[in-house]
Design a binder for this molecule. Structure first.
Ligand code: ADP
Ligand code: MG
Ligand code: ZN
Length: 478
C-alpha cells in the first residue's frame, strides 16, 4: 500500500500596524508617496541617530495579544537582528528575540470536524524594511525607505495546522480579530498582512516532525492554498525517491505554480542577535494591561450574539454580517436609522454581497452611506417606490452613493398608486388577454400572476403591485 503522508504547517504572519507614525521616529507610515519622502535620519539608519519607541505600537501589540489569549511579558526588550541588505540601512533590524511582548496564546478556528485551537508561540514587535525597486530597463535597483521603520507585529504560530483549509481559516480569524481591533487593515495585496508558510510532511503515525521549508511571497489566500499543495507534493516526491528535504527558505512563484530556493535556513546565531543598547526595556504595568482590556472593543463572537438578540437576526445572517467589521458597522448604522434590521440585513446579504462579488470588491471597498440605504428602505416600506425600482436605485447607491429621494424624483421613478391611472391599465391588460381571463374564470387562479406582471410592465415597474393585484382580482370576480 502506498504510504500516507500528513502535512504539518506553522505560520509566521507579519501585520503592519495602523499607527500614524513609524515605530522609532515621527515619519508618516502612509502607503505610497514619492520615494524617500517619508524619511528622516532614524529610519534611514544615519550614524548617531537614536530610536524612540512609539507607545501606540506597544498598545496595539498588547491589544492583539490579549485578543489572541496570549500571556504578556511585562518586561520586554528589543534586540538587533544583524544582516546586510540594501533595504535595511542600519544593517540590523530592531526586533524582539529573547523577550517578545506576547507569548503562548491561542486562536480557535472552525473546521469540518469541529472547533480547533491553533496555538500561538509568540507575538513580537519589529520594524519593517525599505523596498527595492528593480529597474530592468536601466539595469539597476533603486531603494525607497518610506516603508523602513513602519511598525510590524509578527505572530508566530505553533505547527498546529494540517491542511490549506485550516491555514486559511486561521488567517481569516486572525485578520478578523486585528481588523475589529482597528490595529491594521490587513490587506494581503498591499502587504499590510504577509504570511510565511512553514511546511513539512511526515508519514501518518510518525510522532516526529519532518524537516520543514519556509515559503515567502504569498500575497493572496489562493496563492497560499496553491503553495501548500505544491510544496506538499514536492516534499513527498523527494521522500518517495529516498532523498531528504533541505531546510531552506523558498520563494513561491504563483504564475509558474512552483517554488524555488532563496537561501538555506539561517539560524538565530547567524544574525548575531543582541539586546539593542539604544532602547530601554519596556515595562508594562498591570494597570496598563487592565486599561487595554477595559477598552477592548466588542469582537465578532459577542457582536454576532448581540445581533441575534438585539436585532433578531438568524445565526446564519448574523454570521455573514459580522464577517468583517466594515459590514457589521454598515448594517448596524442602517438598522438604527430605519429601525428595520431585517430589511437592512437583506439588502446587505443580498444585493450588496452580490454586487461586491460581481465587481470582485473586498468588503472594505464598499463605500455607500448607511443613511442612503436606510432612506431607500423607508421609501420602499412606505410604498413610495416599488421593489423593482428600489433594486435599480440601490444599484446607484452602491455605485455612486446617490441620495435616493432626490434620485427618484429626478428620474420620475416614484410608485404609481393613483387609482384612476392604474385602473385604466388593468382594464387594458384584461382586454388584451381574454384567454388568460377565461382560464382564471375556469378555476386556474395561478394565471393572475401573469396578468399582474403585464400590468407592472405597462407601468414600467413603478405601479404599486399590491394595488394592482387587488384591482385585477376585483375585476375578475365581478
Ligand atoms: P525559527 O526560529 O528557526 O524561524 P521557529 O521554531 O521559530 O523557527 O519556527 C518558525 C515557524 O515554523 C513556526 O511558525 C513553527 O510553527 C513552524 N515550524 C517549526 N517546525 C516545523 C515543522 N517541522 N513543520 C512545519 N512547521 C514548523
Ligand atoms: Mg522565525
Ligand atoms: Zn523617520
Amino acid at each position: 500500500m502506498a504510504k500516507q503522508y500528513e502535512t504539518v504547517i506553522g505560520l509566521e504572519v507579519h501585520v503592519e500596524l495602523a499607527t500614524k507614525t513609524k515605530i522609532f521616529c515621527g515619519c508618516s507610515t502612509e502607503f505610497g508617496g514619492a520615494p524617500n519622502t517619508h524619511t528622516c535620519p532614524v529610519c534611514t539608519g544615519m550614524p548617531g541617530s537614536l530610536p524612540v519607541l512609539n507607545k501606540q505600537v506597544v498598545e496595539l501589540a498588547l491589544e492583539v495579544g490579549l485578543a489572541a489569549n496570549c500571556e504578556i511579558n511585562q518586561y520586554c526588550k528589543f534586540d538587533r537582528k544583524n544582516y546586510f541588505y540594501p533595504d535595511n540601512p542600519q544593517n540590523y533590524q530592531i526586533s524582539q528575540l529573547y523577550l517578545p511582548i506576547c507569548h503562548d496564546g491561542k486562536i480557535e478556528i472552525d473546521t469540518p470536524i469541529g472547533k480547533k485551537s491553533i496555538r500561538i508561540h509568540e507575538i513580537h514587535m519589529e520594524e519593517d524594511a525599505g523596498k527595492l525597486v528593480h529597474d530592468e530597463w536601466d539595469d539597476c535597483s533603486y531603494v525607497d525607505y518610506n516603508r523602513s521603520g513602519v511598525p510590524l507585529i509578527e505572530i508566530v504560530s505553533e505547527p498546529d495546522m494540517r491542511n490549506a483549509d485550516e491555514v486559511i481559516a486561521y488567517l481569516e480569524k486572525l485578520r478578523m480579530i486585528v481588523q475589529y481591533l482597528g490595529a491594521s487593515d490587513c490587506k494581503l495585496q498591499e502587504g499590510s498582512m504577509r504570511a510565511d508558510v512553514n511546511l513539512s510532511v511526515r508519514e501518518v503515525g510518525n510522532p516526529n516532525f519532518g524537516t520543514r521549508t519556509e515559503m515567502k511571497n504569498l500575497n493572496s489566500f489562493k496563492a497560499i492554498a496553491r503553495a501548500i499543495e505544491g510544496e506538499r507534493e514536492r516534499q513527498i516526491e523527494l521522500l518517495e525517491e529516498g532523498k531528504t528535504v533541505l531546510q531552506e527558505t523558498r520563494r513561491w512563484d504563483d504564475n509558474k505554480e512552483s517554488s524555488y530556493p532563496m537561501r538555506s535556513k539561517e539560524d538565530a546565531k547567524d544574525y548575531r542577535y543582541f539586546p539593542d543598547p539604544d532602547l530601554p526595556p519596556v515595562v508594562i504595568s498591570d494597570e496598563w494591561i487592565a486599561e487595554i482590556r477595559k477598552k477592548q472593543p466588542e469582537l465578532q463572537p459577542e457582536k454576532k450574539l448581540r445581533y441575534q438578540t438585539e436585532y433578531q437576526l438568524s445565526e446564519y445572517d448574523a454570521d455573514l454580517i459580522t464577517g468583517t467589521k466594515k459590514i457589521a458597522d454598515l448594517f448596524e448604522e442602517t438598522a438604527n436609522l430605519c429601525k428595520q434590521p431585517k430589511k437592512a440585513a437583506n439588502w446587505i446579504i443580498g444585493e450588496t454581497f452580490r454586487l461586491a462579488k460581481e465587481k470582485k470588491m473586498e468588503p472594505e471597498q464598499i463605500s455607500y452611506s448607511p443613511e442612503h440605504l436606510a432612506k431607500l428602505i423607508e421609501m420602499t416600506e412606505a410604498g413610495s417606490i416599488t421593489q423593482t425600482v428600489a433594486k435599480n436605485v440601490f444599484f446607484h447607491i452602491f455605485e455612486e452613493d446617490i441620495e435616493p429621494e432626490q434620485y427618484v424624483k429626478q428620474h420620475g421613478l416614484g410608485a404609481v398608486s393613483d387609482s384612476s391611472e392604474l385602473e385604466a391599465i388593468v382594464k387594458m391588460v384584461l382586454e388584451e388577454n381574454p384567454s388568460t381571463v377565461e382560464q382564471y374564470k375556469a378555476g386556474k387562479e395561478k394565471v393572475v400572476g401573469f396578468l399582474i406582471g403585464q400590468a407592472m410592465k405597462k407601468t414600467k415597474g413603478k405601479g404599486n403591485p399590491g394595488i394592482i393585484s387587488k384591482m385585477i382580482k376585483e375585476q375578475l370576480t365581478k
